[in-house]
Design a protein around this ligand. Structure first.
Ligand SMILES: *Cc1c(COP(=O)(O)O)cnc(C)c1O
Length: 389
């Protein structure tokens, strides 16, 4: 099997796994209770990982809070902000309908707590309509939350422009940067980010560990804890820290940062090669922005084939149709629907997510498999058409 679903999750890098191992078997102390050497050892490993993460995004160590993953980070960023937001009269949140399900879920919770969500328009390539943002920003807007890069179509936003407009109107800016960190040069200072969501398992770290960056000054952002009964993470997140996972997250972040530009350009080359092969399929369209795309993303829709039949026919490739199935009935991507792709095309959509572990040979055979499956399905379609007549 050729794994091409790295927007969904990634293989743990063997270097990351090796770094984690001693924290299961030998250094298994409790990082939040420093009364003996086991615990001091664990605590210093957690602090080391915190600085590895801080370094990846240009933050201060004290601005990193570990969570159970990006879903928790998104909820923490929004729900945890409520007491802070109640110090003013602002009741509006601006976001987009192409956000990740975990962010949409947190927004729904904010609505249930009296906040009003307004949706900013996006262009058909997924880039935010800055004029629409500008027209909706006013003294009632408390928070703007826009993903750094989209998890389906890979479109990277103009974060600097978005945060600048947001701050000019006096609102807080949150970004879900799960898909961007380690692939794009993210810098919370230069990008003007107040809250930033991360997850380890999208960057070759383990599952079940994430972090939230919380700005300490200009402005200082105060978050209320979601969990109580312990003073871990400086009182922001009660619970014994998951030391092995945190160590793995730190190592994964270090590896991403160290090789960022080189690795991104290698992966982009593979992606471009994949597209040049697939573009031989007649009528195929590429979704998202080509100029502002994540290095590892390729999202294509193929006319004249049944999406379900296509996925059923794949033998050796693990690729996604990216349908989050939010409504429970829709079996195609909500993101593509909002961007104007009609349902038949959206059903026959392939989201490729490449990684450092893919080779050119894999890309060649993946492209061949897609091309031959599409050819077969289209020929069968023609036979049926004849039989009908
Ligand atoms: C995967 C993903 C999440 C959820 O991350 P978990 O750590 O699995 O909770 C959130 N946002 C984006 C953009 C993602 O791609």
């Amino acid at each position: 099997m050729i794994y091409l679903d790295n927007h969904s999750t990634t293989r743990v890098d063997p270097i990351v796994f090796e770094a984690m191992k001693p924290y299961f078997l030998e250094k298994y102390g409790n990082a939040s209770h420093g009364v003996h050497r086991f615990n001091w050892e664990a605590e210093s490993a957690v602090e080391n990982a915190r600085s590895q993460l801080a370094q990846l995004i240009g933050a201060h160590e004290k601005e990193i809070v570990f969570t159970s993953g990006a879903t928790e980070s998104n909820h923490f960023a929004l729900l945890g902000l409520i007491p802070f937001l109640q110090t003013n009269q602002r009741k509006k949140i601006l976001s987009t309908e192409i956000e990740h399900a975990s962010l949409l879920g947190a927004l729904e919770q904010m609505q249930a707590r009296g906040f009003v969500v307004e949706w900013i328009k996006t262009h058909s390539d997924g880039r935010l309509d800055l004029l629409d943002l500008q027209s909706k920003l006013n003294e009632n807007v408390a928070l703007v939350s826009i993903a750094y890069a989209n998890h389906e179509i890979g479109t990277i936003q103009d974060i600097k422009a978005i945060s600048k407009l947001t701050h000019e109107s006096g609102a807080i800016f949150h970004t879900d940067a799960v898909q961007a960190i380690g692939k794009v040069k993210v810098n919370v200072q230069e990008d003007g980010i107040d809250l930033l969501t991360m997850s380890a398992h999208k960057i070759h770290g383990p599952k079940g560990i994430g972090a939230l960056y919380v700005r300490r000054k200009n402005p200082r952002v105060e978050l209320d804890s979601l969990f109580w009964g312990g003073n871990q993470e400086r009182g922001m997140r009660a619970g014994t820290p998951n030391t092995p996972a945190i160590v793995g997250f730190g190592k994964a972040a270090e590896l991403m940062g160290k090789n960022l530009e080189h690795e991104s350009s290698l992966i982009a080359e593979l992606r471009d090669h994949l597209w040049s092969e697939l573009s031989n399929i007649s009528g195929i369209i590429r979704n998202g922005s080509v100029a502002h795309a994540l290095s590892n993303n390729l999202n294509v829709s193929i006319p004249g084939v049944d999406g379900a039949a296509m996925f059923g026919a794949f033998k050796n490739i693990a690729v996604s149709n990216a349908s989050a199935c939010i409504s429970g009935v829709q079996d195609y991507s909500q993101v593509l629907t909002i961007l104007g792709v009609e349902s038949e095309m959206a059903r026959a959509t392939l989201r490729f997510g490449l990684s450092r572990f893919n080779t050119r040979e894999e890309i060649n055979s993946a492209a061949n498999e897609v091309i031959s499956v599409v050819k077969l399905l289209r020929e069968m379609e023609k036979l049926y058409d004849h039989a009908d007549r």
